[in-house]
Design a protein around this ligand. Structure first.
Ligand SMILES: [Zn+2]
Length: 265
């Protein structure tokens, strides 16, 4: 969007820089507060102990070798290709295009099969965020080496990357963290199924109907009327009118022991 806008180049550069700061904040592995305060040039701040990264530090891994592979591959392909193609080369994909470019004969072709496509994309994003690689937005996103790529290529420094959590791992984690009494887990599943059903029907993402946290409250309080539903947080007037009846029905069925599973009581 920035690149496609009408702004002058100087303005676009500023916008890119701002965007990078935001992405850097998102991708941070250390204390978020430190990142924020550094932005305002307040350095040497102690970790706050209260942000998500302090409370639950993200997993990291030594990505030195893989980063070097990534940089070499950008170099070998002539710094003219975007991340998707470079990742395809690393993973040793074959296609007519790959063959006609002669990239299946490069020394970096197929050297990166140890990582998945998602993991490679994550690593490239982190390299860009840290200023070790540059994206030529004016060149269809072609990756380019920069001064900061050198120490890593020469093996003069190491790189620790944030481990990408797979979406369903995250979901499972959250699911396992929940505490249920007795067969409440069944109710939880049924409420989620109902949400999925409505979401599909209406062509909207499930969280727009009710957040997980609201469904958790439904599990805990088992609202069987609109009045009981209305006091839960995340249930506004509009959602009460549109969705409450569907979820009340699920709760009632569960309470009556006639849920889908039929063995609730
Ligand atoms: Zn913190």
């Amino acid at each position: 969007m920035i690149q496609g806008s009408e702004s002058v180049d100087a303005r676009k550069r500023v916008e890119h820089e701002k965007l990078n700061h935001i992405l850097e904040f998102c991708d941070a592995t250390g204390c978020r507060r430190t990142v924020l305060l550094n932005y305002f040039e307040e350095n040497h701040v102690h970790p706050c102990g209260n942000c998500d990264n302090c409370i639950d530090p993200p997993e990291t891994w030594d990505a030195t070798e893989e980063s070097r592979m990534a940089l070499s591959c950008v170099y070998r392909t002539g710094q003219r290709f975007g991340v998707s193609h470079v990742v395809d080369v690393l993973m040793g994909k074959t296609s007519d295009r790959m063959r006609s470019l002669g990239h299946d004969r490069l020394s970096t072709w197929g050297i990166g099969k140890q990582l998945s496509q998602t993991e490679w994309h994550s690593l490239f994003r982190q390299l860009v965020l840290r200023g070790i690689l540059e994206v030529g937005y004016d060149q269809f996103g072609a990756l380019r080496l920069v001064q900061a790529s050198r120490p890593l290529l020469r093996g003069e420094c190491r790189l620790t990357a944030r481990k990408e959590q797979k979406t369903d791992e995250k979901r499972r984690l959250k699911y396992n963290e929940l505490e249920f009494n007795g067969n409440e887990r069944l109710l939880w599943d049924q409420l989620r199924d109902e949400r999925t059903r409505i979401a599909r029907e209406q062509g909207i993402p499930p969280y727009m109907i009710f957040h997980d946290s609201t469904l958790q409250q439904m599990v805990a309080h088992k609202p069987q009327s609109r009045a009981e539903m209305a006091v839960l947080s995340g249930v506004g007037e509009r959602k009460l009118v549109r969705y409450a009846k569907h979820f009340i029905r699920v709760v009632q069925a569960f309470a009556n022991g006639t849920g889908q599973n039929g063995s609730l009581k």
